[in-house]
Design a protein around this ligand. Structure first.
Ligand SMILES: [Zn+2]
Length: 131
């Protein structure tokens, strides 16, 4: 049994995108501001006219923590949790795979990857980018 994300009218596009191995970021149709996580209203201009873009998946590590506890399935521990600055200019919290916790560095280039949990749920994570 794993904890599952709460999927709502406002964030359904994001989770459906992950199932298609696409990282979609909400964008305001009025002022074009990107925001994540998805919300019902633009935090910049308060418009309710919201769309989404497909992000390239490229970014850099803005910050990170190494989580040891509590140990929550399906994640592996130590779990490197990163705040990624996407090249489009917004940030999201994800997990970093393929790097030992001692080797993680601020500013490190990363690329999105997708991990299928089951038919309903796919999660995003990031891996070191090949330069
Ligand atoms: Zn706006």
């Amino acid at each position: 049994m794993i904890a599952r994300p709460g999927i709502t009218h406002d964030n359904r596009f994001f989770w459906e995108g992950l199932r298609e191995r696409k990282l979609r970021i909400q964008r305001c149709s009025a002022c074009h501001q990107l925001q994540h996580p998805p919300a019902p209203m633009c935090t910049g201009c308060h418009s309710f006219e919201l769309g989404a873009i497909e992000a390239s998946g490229r970014g850099t590590i803005h910050s990170f923590v190494v989580a040891e506890h509590p140990r929550i399935p399906p994640f592996e521990y130590p779990n490197v949790i990163v705040l990624v600055e996407l090249e489009e200019g917004t940030r999201l919290v994800s997990r970093l795979r393929g790097v030992a916790p001692d080797d993680v560095a601020i500013g490190q280039p990363v690329m999105v990857d997708f991990e299928r949990v089951d038919d309903e749920l796919t999660l995003h994570c990031f891996r070191p980018a090949r330069s």
